[in-house]
Design a protein around this ligand. Structure first.
Ligand code: ADP
Length: 501
């Protein structure tokens, strides 16, 4: 954070360093921890209070006894950080502890970078955020034209991005660095800090958006992730869950919106096959519990004491990617956003590949979309035991149009057969949920593909994307790219930014 502060707002570093010196000897904050600089109102807890001070940006109401309720402006000491939920102590202005529990980290801001302590400057710095989240924040009616923010892209290769509201859309400008580490958006001028850059474009026009207006007002996020409540005990009694409306149903399961202990939103998948091998199922769940990634659906619990089995996961408000693409929101996405969705899926799949987990049924229907258009791969891992018995007995349930030829003919599933399916998923994305191989029967698809037929480039599909699809559909699995390579290529092959170079 110290380094980040130096790059973002060097003028604050003195204040920052002074804050650090106030820490009594022997009570040095750990790495990344800084004691807030002195200020007048409200007084900070004594400097010997170990750890950083955080301030709540919005109120939050606990939904579970282990979570902590708080009001806007409440102060915290963070005890441990694990994912999106942090264990924290709520403290008063004298440092007295008012309560301890889990808090959603995106509701908190460090006091040492808060508006109050450092003034106006850093209100535009939003930390790590993807373009969709930036869009959702900027497009809220609270923000006028010219509202802006600087964020660190969640893509490793991108770095800082300036996002600006410009009438009906948001424009994103990649902030580049020259050889002497100076920032620039246009070929010139160059700036030694982001603050200088922001100040410059507040006074002079940036091509396409004019002068920067006010820093973006943050939208209150919805806490959804459940990882902090997951304990070693994954088997939970069905009575703890209540079912609400049906969200969808497929060959293998019915999915309901539901609640855990009356107040936590979850998705509950009820498996139709009641003859599952219990031991095998539990073994597979054991493995799935360890797989945690931003672009994979989090498993929350299972109920397997009696059939039908429940699989409980986080709830994704916008439903499947297929429904999303075909609906009004999907139809408004531009090419850059569509490619970004594909890149998110490649990211999640790359993690599965690294962990030797084969999906077996990757398709837009098995990717779910949440707030901020985050895409998460669902239905991984359990495919083999839930779906395969059906494939053997009922031919029509095999996802022919998504499956690699070697998977259909010899049952050879691998990460490379998942890559084949990913190519088909890209086709679905770029055609806004189009049906692959239109006009072909399932058997025709298999025969034709085996003989070398491949779908032609869809209208409006950029050439680079079709090239990726065709590589995913290489007849020989070893000639297909890995997900790791796909993720890197999708991140870089399209510059999701305004033409700023
Ligand atoms: P099947 O594998 O039997 O086809 P799915 O897992 O695809 O069943 O679920 C069917 C539908 O239920 C999905 O298309 C989606 O609309 C909805 N759904 C599934 N899981 C979730 C979830 N976690 N959050 C929200 N909707 C979900």
């Amino acid at each position: 954070m110290d380094g980040c502060m130096r790059r973002v707002c060097p003028c604050l570093v003195k204040l920052w360093d002074r804050g650090k010196k106030d820490v009594p000897a022997g009570d040095d904050p750990g790495e990344g921890e800084v004691v807030a600089p002195p200020r007048k109102t409200p007084p900070l807890p004594p400097a010997k209070e170990k750890g950083s001070i955080y301030v709540a940006l919005w109120a939050f109401e606990a939904r579970h006894e282990e979570e902590l309720s708080f009001e806007t402006g409440d102060m915290f000491n963070v005890l441990s950080r694990d994912g999106d939920w942090w264990k924290a102590r709520k403290i008063d202005t004298n440092g007295r502890v008012l309560g301890t529990g889990f808090v959603p980290n995106n509701y908190l801001e460090r006091a040492d970078v808060s508006v109050e302590s450092v003034g106006f400057f850093c209100r535009w710095y939003f930390g790590t955020m993807n373009r969709f989240e930036a869009q959702e924040n900027l497009m809220s009616p609270d923000n006028d034209n010219g509202a802006f923010l600087i964020r660190e892209s969640d893509r490793d290769t991108v770095g800082y991005v300036l996002s600006v509201k410009s009438s009906t859309r948001v424009k994103h400008f990649k902030v580049m660095k020259d050889d002497s580490e100076q920032f620039h958006i246009e070929p010139s001028p160059h700036f030694s800090t982001l603050l200088d850059l922001v100040e410059h474009y507040s006074n002079y026009s940036l091509s396409g958006v004019g002068r920067l207006g006010k820093p973006c007002k943050r939208k209150k996020p919805e806490p959804t992730d459940l990882n902090h409540l997951i304990k070693d005990e994954w088997e939970l009694p069905k009575e703890e869950f209540s079912l609400e409306e049906e969200l969808g149903s497929g060959f293998f399961a019915e999915v309901y919106r539901g609640r855990w202990k009356s107040n936590i939103n979850v998705a509950i998948k009820i498996i139709k096959n009641s003859e599952l091998n219990h031991q095998e199922f539990v073994r597979e769940v054991e493995m799935l519990k360890r797989l945690r990634h931003r672009h994979l659906i989090s498993l929350f619990a299972v109920c397997t004491e009696s059939p039908p089995y429940y699989i409980v996961t986080e709830l994704m408000e916008k439903g499947s990617l297929l429904q999303f693409l075909r609906g009004p929101e999907g139809q408004h996405q531009d090419i850059v956003s569509l490619v970004d969705m594909g890149a998110q899926v490649a990211d999640g799949m790359s993690y599965l590949e690294e962990n030797n987990c084969i999906h077996r049924d990757l398709a837009a229907r098995n990717v779910l979309v949440g707030e901020g258009y985050i895409c998460k791969v669902a239905d991984f891992g359990l495919g083999r035991i839930i779906k395969e018995p059906f494939y053997v007995s009922e031919d029509k349930k095999i996802p022919y149009k998504w499956s690699a030829p070697e998977a259909i003919s010899h049952g050879k599933f691998s990460s490379k057969s998942d890559v084949w399916s990913f190519g088909v998923l890209l086709y679905e994305i770029i055609t806004f949920g189009g049906n692959p191989y239109p006009g072909f029967t399932l058997k025709e698809v298999f025969e034709q593909v085996k003989d070398g037929y491949r779908m032609p480039c869809p209208t409006k599909c950029p050439e680079f994307l079709y090239k990726i699809m065709m590589e995913c559909w290489s007849a020989e699995p070893e000639n297909r790219p890995t997900f790791k390579l796909l993720k890197d290529r999708m991140d870089t092959c399209i510059t999701p930014y305004e033409d700023n170079n």
